[in-house]
Design a binder for this molecule. Sequence first.
Ligand code: PMP
Length: 448
Amino acid sequence: MSPVIYPTTNFTATEQLCLTHGEGIYVYDSDGNKYIEGLASLWCTSLGYSNTEVIDAITTQLNKLPFSHTFGGKTHAPIMELADKLRAMVPVEDAYFFFGNSGSDANDSHYKMLRYYFNAIGKPEKRKIITRERGYHGVTVAAGSMTSLPANLAHFDAPLEALGVLRAESPHYYTNRKGNETEAQFVDRIIQALEDQILAESPDTIAAMIVEPITGASGVIVPPEGYYEKLQAVLRKHDILVWADEVITGFGRTGNDFGCTTMGIQPDLMTFAKQLSSAYFPISAAVIPGWMYEAMIEQTNQVGVFGHGYTYSGHPAACAAALKTLEIYERDSLFSHAAEVGDYLQAQLREVFIEHPLVGEVRGKGLIAALELVSNKTTGASFDKGLAGATAQKFCQDNGLLLRAVGGNALALCPPLIITRDEVDALMGKLKAAIDSTYAELKDKGLI
Ligand code: PMP
């Protein structure tokens, strides 16, 4: 093993896949094997692997001005152009953008801006954040405490108490319903529980609720119809801001510009990363409404500055990558392409897997989906330690398809937005073979 501390990896794991290059939706390893990148790497390589337009935009910028910081009013054209472009796209009024390098740091920036804002308007006690069970918002100190996956909390002494993170129930009907509860009853129950929790904590102490429109990293959870409408009504009633973490769902992934559009969310705050630049250069954005920005101005006068910023906030090459990516999304109508091919993918997944004995639920929207692998289709019983998910992931890889098991035994799909119908067919063939092999192996072991 090389002396690398690999992220989100068991330290005893051996290096097992070394990628060397890519082309379209395909990547190749050091042994020359070819794979479909079925998860767009980590939900991010929306334009695939050989987009020379984005590469040229980056190198042109690197040749012109490889770097300039943006502290204290220093600026450059790409950062201003990007903010203008995004302002015209987002469903946030008179939006302002704080740029960073990752989804995690953007969520930490939001966390701090919320504090700054509520201090500015004389409500310093309004500081707690509601997150949801199974939510994923990153791994930095604040974002990591808002994340609810056990491995991201255990042994880090997280969540940090002082951050004031409250946890609401996950809106996953399939795993969290009680008895014969209908979807509508499930929604009413968990929304009532949320309101009870808000009242018990006192609404005056709660700043915002962070939600992934469709939860990604814990298993692609699509909340039931009506959930967000009721959720937002409760939050508005208690003057709690709606914070949409669109790090995965932003920019066409769900078949619309944003997951908020697909799920009927009117956000106050938004977080972007990943597909903002199709991962050709790291960049993230914390989006706030104009009224929040205006309210913070007086505080910056008192201290002299808004004392938060990263060296690489708005890196010129990252902004150039994002600008070109957004231009391509628009020019090539990639969001409507994702909607159309996404409908096809969703239909194929349901047709092939809904009756499969290993698959308890097929879920997703647009070009994001998951298969929930179960040991008992009737009860929805799962496998210990993500065994089925890990086995399926391995068989997929052996068949030339890179996917990721998430949240235990869910196999997640999130191919590049440029995928075609023919490529979906190729992906489906490999996936079906892998799921059949997984079923056979688990049956052989007496686990089904
Ligand atoms: N929010 C969401 C919804 C995410 O899915 C992720 C990463 N998967 C993050 C935040 C954190 O982003 P990063 O890994 O770039 O810090």
